[in-house]
Every structure is written in structure tokens, then in C-alpha cells.
Write a protein that binds this ligand. Structure first.
Ligand code: PCA
Length: 258
């Protein structure tokens, strides 16, 4: 078991780009914390996304998997706490599938918690001047589907950690959604490259995925590297075993979109 798998999604919902893939593809081929980083694009399709994810897990056997997705309308980087065992699509996916109230894993636990240190990540990002918060819901669309499926698969991979981060629209997307928040791809990239106590990224820093600093074995400046080196490898894996009947409505802007 080695390396980092980081995933982003193809565009969906009529968008021309998906910010998750725009940032994730920049990290493909990097060496972070001495670990190779592999980026994979997932289809925004129920089922197919997990087929692609599980193929990547089998191929790479990563020690850390970080899945990234777009959450248009959210105002900051949101580190997801939990994935729930339901598909309930607000819009059709990219194959026209629109499951309603369908379990992701029949007989599976009602939910899985992220095995990432979500609050430490948020604190680290804020300390570096990057807006971030914990999210209590990954929605019920393909991102939640992938987060649940990821954690469901990782339960068989002792020591492997994983979680999900939602990111806002890119500015060019928000321009077509007046009033919506956005975040530049460079800022999101910096979020993945910034760790507690690390020097702030240089303003001129526009690394591509094979930039020099990525080649350094040590990882003081990278969130991913920090996760690999500073967090106990034993996953903080917990699952909610009781079924939750909660139908709490989404009430905040941060919860508005999948
Ligand atoms: N966001 C969607 C699916 C793909 C993506 O980038 C979601 O939040 O479910």
C-alpha cells in the first residue's frame, strides 16, 4: 500500500468544466511526502463513478484517497464529515440516471465518517488564509455516492485513509451564476499544498504538476504530505451502525447544492 489517489469529476449539470478536475489534474504525477500522487477523473454517473474509483483503488492500492467535487453555491472549501447510504438525485447524472431514495450499498451501514482529520484540515487551511469549513452533508448526488462507496471499499483496506472535499465554482462558472461564490483554481491548489506551520505559498507560485517543489521528498508544505506523515496511519474509521430516520432539510447556503 503506497501513494495517494486524488480524484475529480467530469463536468455535469450543463457546466463546461468541473473545478475539481481542473485542480486535481494539476497534481497528477507529483511526489508528495515521498509518495506518488495519481489523479483520476471520475464520471458523474451513479455506479460508473464507483466502478472507476474501485478500479483505481485496485490498481494503486493508495494509502490515502482524497476525492474532490464541485459544490456550486458553496462559499468556501468544505471538508465533508459524513457520507450517507442513499442516492437521491436532484438532477439526472451524465447518463440520465436519477435514482430517488435508493441505497448505495444494500444492507450497508447508514453512513460512514471521513477518516481524515477534518477539523485539523479546516484549521490548517484557515490559518493559511484559505476559506474552509466542515460540511455536515455531502448531499445525496454523485459526490455523496462516491464518498460512501470510497469509505465502504476502504473498510477492507486496513490503514488506508480517505475522505471527500467539496469546492466552490471557478470564477468563470460563477460569472454565469450571478451572486454565487467562486474560488480560483490556484487557491484550491494552494489548499492542497498548504499544511500547518508551512510557509505561505509564494504569490508567484504557479506550479504545474511536475514543479520542482513537488519533487522534494519531504512534505512540509503540502496538506497531502502532512496527512501522510503527521496523521496516524491507523484510520479513525467509524461507521454509524444504526439507521437514521432523520430527514433534516438543507437550510444553509452551504448545504444547498450537491
Ligand atoms: N459534484 C456533484 C457530483 C460531481 C461533482 O463534482 C456532487 O456534489 O454530488
Amino acid at each position: 500500500m503506497a501513494g495517494v489517489l486524488i480524484t475529480g469529476f467530469e463536468p455535469f449539470g450543463g457546466e463546461a468544466v468541473n473545478p475539481s478536475w481542473e485542480v486535481v489534474k494539476r497534481l497528477d504525477g507529483a511526489i508528495i511526502g515521498g509518495q506518488p500522487v495519481a489523479a483520476r477523473q471520475l464520471p458523474c454517473v451513479f455506479g460508473d463513478a464507483l466502478t472507476a474509483l474501485n478500479a483505481a483503488l485496485d490498481e494503486l492500492d493508495p494509502v490515502l484517497t482524497l476525492a474532490i467535487g464541485q459544490a456550486g453555491g458553496r462559499v468556501d472549501i468544505t471538508v465533508e464529515r459524513v457520507a450517507i447510504n442513499v442516492d437521491d438525485a436532484r438532477i439526472p447524472d451524465n447518463k440520465g440516471l436519477q435514482p430517488i431514495d435508493v441505497p448505495i450499498a444494500a444492507g450497508g451501514p447508514a453512513a460512514y465518517f471521513s477518516t481524515l482529520p477534518i477539523k485539523a484540515i479546516v484549521t490548517a487551511l484557515r490559518s493559511r488564509g484559505i476559506p474552509a469549513s466542515v460540511s455536515q452533508t455531502a448531499g445525496t448526488f454523485v459526490c455523496n455516492h462516491v464518498m460512501y462507496g470510497l469509505l465502504h471499499s476502504l473498510r477492507h483496506r486496513s490503514g488506508a485513509k480517505g475522505g471527500f472535499i467539496h469546492i466552490p465554482y471557478l470564477p468563470e462558472q460563477a460569472a454565469a451564476h450571478p451572486g454565487e461564490a467562486s474560488m480560483a483554481v490556484e487557491t484550491v491548489q494552494a489548499a492542497l499544498e498548504t499544511a500547518p506551520g508551512a510557509p505561505a505559498p509564494k504569490a508567484s507560485h504557479t506550479c504545474g504538476h511536475h514543479g520542482d517543489h513537488h519533487s522534494q521528498g519531504a512534505s512540509p508544505g503540502h496538506t497531502l504530505g502532512w496527512l501522510l506523515t503527521a496523521v496516524p496511519v491507523a484510520a479513525i474509521r467509524r461507521s454509524i451502525t444504526r439507521r437514521c430516520g432523520c430527514r433534516t432539510a438543507s437550510t444553509t447556503a452551504a448545504d444547498r447544492r450537491p
